[in-house]
Design a protein around this ligand. Structure first.
Ligand SMILES: CC(C)(COP(=O)(O)OP(=O)(O)OC[C@H]1O[C@@H](n2cnc3c(N)ncnc32)[C@H](O)[C@@H]1OP(=O)(O)O)[C@@H](O)C(=O)NCCC(=O)NCCS
Length: 208
């Protein structure tokens, strides 16, 4: 059993390890983690860039990877505390986006501005406990290669967006999206799909 797995299995050791890495009740790692540890732990491909004014809440017990020539723009926030954040090559995380793992983003993906992609949900079912004190649940979000997510969209936990999809600006995506599909609205519905026979993007006959 690895050292990390051993710590994870012992709640008191896990609490102690967490407090060493991050102040209680906060999502941001301590100064020494951000500045001394993370530069060595964050896996960045050739030419990948993380702008200076980002907030990278990267914890050493989960993975963060930014592929070659990908970019995390200013004012974005990336958090892998609850799950890995893996970003492929030539992808863009636009200004002001918030990415909370577990999240997998493919290659050549564009996330425009102010998009919320959170693989984390707060537990809410027990009405005798404040939501903030209930255990969080996670659901992996996947965004396929070549997709474009419009500004101010929200992708909820557990959703898979296929390859070469478009999510219209301001949409809330609550269900999986098949390859080559454009969705929009709240909750997001299919707006167009690529038809291989006609070679064109077509509106569905029945949209709702
Ligand atoms: C989705 C988008 C690309 C439009 O693509 P398009 O092929 O030109 O689509 P159309 O204008 O033909 O619209 C198709 C349908 O989608 C609807 N639609 C378009 N944008 C929508 C949106 N943001 N939310 C909900 N519905 C939308 C249209 O009203 C239309 O509906 P209808 O079939 O009932 O008439 C564009 O509206 C969009 O949202 N772009 C994102 C812009 C952005 O975030 N830019 C940041 C720069 S990276």
């Amino acid at each position: 059993m690895s050292f990390a797995a051993y710590i994870k299995q012992h709640p008191s050791l896990k609490r102690l390890a967490l407090r060493t890495l991050m102040p209680a009740g906060e999502a941001r790692p301590r100064w020494w983690v951000r500045n001394l540890l993370n530069p060595f732990l964050m896996k960045k491909g050739k030419g990948a860039k993380i702008r200076r004014r980002t907030r990278m809440d990267i914890m050493p017990f989960n993975n963060f990877r930014l592929g070659a020539h990908s970019m995390v723009e200013d004012f974005a926030c990336v958090n892998n505390g609850m799950g890995d954040v893996l970003i492929g090559d030539h992808s863009l995380i636009g200004i002001g986006c918030v990415i909370i793992g577990p999240v997998e983003i493919g290659n050549n993906v564009i996330l425009a501005q102010h998009i919320g992609v959170s693989g984390l949900n707060h537990g809410y079912k027990d009405i005798s406990i404040p939501i903030k004190n209930q255990p969080c649940e996670t659901g992996l979000i996947r965004i396929g290669d070549d997709s474009w997510i419009g500004a101010n969209a929200v992708i909820v936990a557990g959703v898979t967006i296929g390859k070469h999809c478009i999510v219209a600006g301001g949409s809330v995506v609550t269900k999986n999206v098949a390859d080559h599909t454009m969705v929009g609205g709240n909750p997001a519905r299919i707006l167009k799909q690529y038809n291989v026979q006609t070679g064109d993007w077509e509106k569905p006959l029945i949209t709702r």
